[in-house]
Design a binder for this molecule. Structure first.
Ligand SMILES: [Fe+2]
Length: 185
């Protein structure tokens, strides 16, 4: 099966679970996030990252209340490691860094931290809390950190119950545009 079909199948099979204490499913959350990226006139790499940023949750199959159980599933690492097989670093870095981007924004924008949803504030503690000054500097040296910050802002906004947005197929051309085309073995 080609990687895009596998990804869509994963959403269809596992995306109906609630998105970690938020009033949307995993698939609704991903679709809203990608829609916000597209509305911001982002490129296909950022739209793909927005759609796929939480794919690690679907790959893990962890229970939806893990943050309440005090577990950090490290979904960004699992998702990035899987995506690396099919997508370039512009996509993968934004996925890998989207949790760090939350810690970054909490450090550089006090208003950002205050506006996080209760579930997101709970998971922030598990993720290490706001970054220190040294961590902020190190983060700003990472490739594609701005892209991760952009994905993070769409991520935070992509939690609107019942919002009508385009479906998975709408994003096939964006995924196709950035997919790494390998020579057939
Ligand atoms: Fe998310």
């Amino acid at each position: 099966m080609n990687p895009i079909d596998r990804i869509f199948a994963l959403f269809q099979e596992k995306g109906q679970g609630a998105y970690f204490g938020e009033p949307v499913t995993q698939t609704e959350h991903a679709l809203q996030c990608a829609h916000l990226a597209e509305q911001s006139r982002a490129g296909s790499d950022q739209i793909a990252a927005a759609l796929l940023h939480d794919i690690g949750h679907l790959l893990h199959g962890l229970p939806e209340d893990i943050a309440e159980q005090g577990i950090d599933g490290r979904h960004e690492e699992g998702g990035a490691a899987w995506l690396e097989r099919y997508f370039p670093s512009a996509v993968v870095d934004a996925v890998r860094l989207h949790v760090a981007a939350k810690r970054y924004l909490c450090a550089v924008e006090p208003a950002y931290a205050a506006a996080l949803s209760p579930a997101s504030q709970r998971s922030l503690e598990l993720q290490g809390g706001p970054m220190s000054t040294e961590e902020v500097r190190a983060f700003e040296r990472k490739p594609n950190f701005r892209s991760a910050v952009a994905v993070r802002r769409w991520d935070d906004a992509a939690k609107v119950p019942g919002l009508a947005v385009p479906g998975l197929e709408h994003y096939r051309r964006h995924l196709q545009a950035v997919l790494i085309q390998r020579e057939p073995a």
